[in-house]
Write a protein that binds this ligand. Structure first.
Ligand code: 2BA
Length: 109
C-alpha cells in the first residue's frame, strides 16, 4: 500500500476530491499553507493499493493545472533609501506537488 500526499491549489481541490471519491479512493483533506507564498493550499492524503496508484496519479495530473501567481516577496530587498521594501514576484504554481510513500501497516480499529 502507498500513501499519496498531494499538495494542490485550493481552486483544484473540490474537483479533485470528487473525482477521486467517485473512483472509489478514500481521501482526507487538510487545509495547509505554502511556505514560500504563505498562501493557503490544500494537502490531500490518499491511501491506495499499489495497483491503483497510477490510476490515482492520472486523476491528479488531469485535474491539477499550473497557474501563474503574483505575490509579494516574503524576503524584501533593501531599497535605495536603505529601507526594506516588499516587491512583487511571479511564480508558476502547481499542478500538484506529490509525495508517494510506502505504508508499513494500515489498520482500522
Ligand atoms: P509555496 O511554498 O507557497 O510555493 C508556491 C510556489 O512558489 C511554488 O510552486 C514555486 O513555483 C514557487 N517557489 C517556492 N519556493 C520558491 C523559492 N525558494 N524561490 C522561488 N520560487 C519558489 P510549487 O512548486 O508548485 O509548490 C506549490 C506548493 O507545494 C508550495 O507552496 C508548498 O506548499 C508545496 N511544496 C512544494 N515543494 C515542496 C516540498 N519539497 N516539500 C513540501 N512541500 C512542498
Amino acid at each position: 500500500m502507498k500513501l499519496i500526499i498531494a499538495v494542490v491549489q485550493d481552486e483544484d481541490s473540490q474537483k479533485l476530491i470528487s473525482k477521486l471519491m467517485k473512483a472509489g479512493y478514500g481521501v482526507t483533506k487538510l487545509a495547509t499553507t505554502g511556505g514560500f507564498l504563505r498562501a493557503g493550499n490544500t494537502t490531500l492524503l490518499i491511501g491506495v493499493d499499489n495497483e491503483r496508484l497510477e490510476n490515482a496519479m492520472g486523476i491528479i495530473e488531469n485535474v491539477c493545472k499550473s497557474r501563474k501567481q503574483v505575490a509579494t516577496s516574503p524576503t524584501p530587498m533593501a531599497g535605495a533609501t536603505g529601507m526594506y521594501v516588499p516587491y512583487p514576484v511571479e511564480v508558476t504554481v502547481g499542478g500538484a506537488t506529490v509525495f508517494v510513500v510506502n505504508v508499513e501497516e494500515f489498520r482500522k480499529v
